[in-house]
Design a protein around this ligand. Structure first.
Ligand SMILES: N[C@@H](CCC(=O)N[C@@H](CS)C(=O)NCC(=O)O)C(=O)O
Length: 215
């Protein structure tokens, strides 16, 4: 399999980490959604990353759909999403909040970093800040010890840990470590695992497109 995308993207990283956790070998094509947009559009009509190219040549886009395929590809007892209710809905709802945290972080940066100061919408920025803090508080209230949902790692933990790393890297002032200590611990505990380290956040890849991203 071939995974397209950079390791400063939390969407790309969560696919890579799940591939590693499932011990599914893959190669990676680091590609910039900004400086290599034409190539990105060639593999994904939406022009976004990640894209996972299967050995058949078929391409899957969007981390949610890619992970759905990967979870279905392993034995149910190895899946990071439980088959049984109510555990399944709890894990999926927690993943939704973590993924939303990532999306709101991206939105916040788009408004504050990419736009000229005169074009910024302060009401929109304040709304995004509230959503980020609210999502963090909701996840912290789940008291991960060490996991968010039950006694083993799920896709909710993978996505939350990557969301926290992304926040620490991209909007550090919004990740109040004293206010969200259990999320900080969850993130630290995950990021030292081999599956995460093999797809570690890459500042070098983040720096490949500073002009485009910083607007
Ligand atoms: N819902 C998508 C979001 C993908 C996404 O927005 N990826 C970013 C990379 S961090 C991207 O391609 N941004 C460029 C753009 O949206 O134009 C997913 O889960 O894969």
């Amino acid at each position: 399999m071939l995974l397209y995308g950079h390791y400063d993207s939390p969407f790309v990283r969560r696919v890579a980490v799940v591939l590693n956790l499932y011990v599914m070998p893959f190669e990676r094509q680091p590609i910039s959604v900004f400086t290599e947009f034409d190539e990105v559009l060639r593999v994904n009509p939406l022009g976004t990353m990640p894209v996972l190219e299967l050995d058949s040549g078929d391409r899957l886009v969007d981390s949610r759909a890619i992970l759905d395929y990967l979870h279905e590809s392993v034995q149910f007892d190895r899946s990071l999403v439980p088959k049984e209710q109510p555990q399944r809905r709890v894990v999926l709802q927690t993943e939704v909040v973590a993924l939303g945290l990532i999306e709101k972080t991206v939105d916040y940066r788009t408004e504050t970093v990419r736009k000229a100061a005169s074009a910024r919408d302060d009401v929109w920025i304040a709304r995004r800040a509230t959503q980020i803090t609210s999502a963090l508080a909701w996840l912290e209230a789940r008291k991960p010890d060490p996991w968010l949902c039950g006694d083993h790692m799920t896709v909710a933990d993978v996505t939350t840990a990557i969301a926290i790393t992304n926040l620490r890297e991209k909007l550090p002032a919004m990740m109040d470590e004293a206010k969200f200590p259990q999320l900080a611990r969850l993130c630290d505990g995950c990021e030292i695992l081999p599956a995460f380290r093999a797809a570690a956040y890459s500042r070098a890849e983040a720096a490949l497109t500073p002009g485009a991203y910083e607007g």
